[in-house]
Design a protein around this ligand. Structure first.
Ligand SMILES: Cc1cc2nc3c(=O)[nH]c(=O)nc-3n(C[C@H](O)[C@H](O)[C@H](O)COP(=O)(O)OP(=O)(O)OC[C@H]3O[C@@H](n4cnc5c(N)ncnc54)[C@H](O)[C@@H]3O)c2cc1C
Length: 250
């Protein structure tokens, strides 16, 4: 969002009239996606003259300034804020974590203590809330139900490799990130060190084409009531993304 705002203001010819400051409680930008995303954002902020402040924990928001736990105060004219992640619905009778997300068995996304209730996607306790990961979890659940119905082995458990293209209007950042749970509630997720060869990041105007391809592909699949991640259409899409990432990411 901050990159898009910067590009937009530049195109309107008013960027020099606006100071952009980004603050986060995280110790690395887009912390869940590891050190390489932190490097990309640091570089982009430098190029774009955006002030970035990490480990700034909000204490209070007043009508004209934000006060942080470290004693710093930052004045603002316009404030864009993101709330902390918590569940919007709290269920009394099923196990939930400290933020209200439904506790699941990692491999098949079934709810803990139940083998016939599943919680794929944002409602479940996987710490990264993202459409791509929600789709992968939905595939897992479909495969699990299919295996149960046929009384066959369930082999295709949840493989949390995130893929995303972050729009900046002038260029976009691609990231493919193999994730793993840490068991530490303050930093519950990290890049899987055993799958570092799958960790790919790239920045290019051409990644905007990748984003647009997904924007055409997904509604097309959904309109035909087809899963995003299966069949010949996905194989073609996957080939395109793999081809792009072999040239435009490392
Ligand atoms: C501003 C924003 C930008 C985002 N950008 C991206 C992005 O660029 N890329 C990306 O991968 N992800 C992005 N995400 C995250 C992504 O939208 C979610 O991870 C994804 O939608 C989760 O899918 P889901 O099916 O688990 O939940 P949802 O999409 O939230 O679907 C849950 C559905 O259940 C319905 N529902 C809830 N309660 C009930 C009920 N009691 N009865 C019946 N229906 C009910 C809701 O109305 C909703 O339609 C973004 C999220 C936000 C908020």
């Amino acid at each position: 969002m901050v990159m898009m705002v910067d590009t937009y203001l530049k195109r309107q010819g008013v960027r020099n009239k606006v100071n952009i400051t980004w603050t986060t409680f995280e110790s690395g930008y887009i912390q869940a996606f590891g050190p390489r995303l932190n490097d990309v954002v640091t570089e982009e902020f430098k190029e774009r003259n955006i002030t970035g402040l990490k480990e700034y924990i909000v204490k209070e928001v007043l009508p004209n300034k934000v006060i942080y736990q470290n004693g710093e105060e930052i004045p603002y004219d316009v404030l864009i804020s993101f709330p902390p992640y918590i569940a919007s619905v709290f269920y009394k009778n099923i196990p939930t974590d400290e933020r209200g997300f439904i506790q699941t068995n990692f491999n098949d996304r079934s709810v803990k203590g139940y083998n016939n209730i599943f919680a794929p996607g944002d409602a479940g306790d996987f710490p990264v809330k993202q459409a791509f990961l929600a789709f992968l979890q939905a595939d897992t659940v479909a495969n699990k139900i299919h295996a149960d119905l046929l009384n066959s082995d369930f082999k295709e458990g949840f493989d949390p490799v995130s893929m995303c293209v972050m729009e900046q209007f002038d260029k976009a950042t691609f990231a493919q990130v193999p994730l793993r749970l840490t068991g530490n509630p303050t930093k519950p997720i990290e890049v899987d060190p055993e799958r570092i060869d799958e960790y790919k990041v790239g920045v290019s105007p051409l990644w905007r084409i990748g984003k647009k391809m997904l924007g055409i592909y997904l509604p097309m699949r959904f309109r035909h009531a087809e899963p995003f991640h299966a069949g010949a259409a996905w194989k073609t899409m996957e080939l395109g993304l793999k081809g792009m990432s072999s040239i435009l990411a490392d």
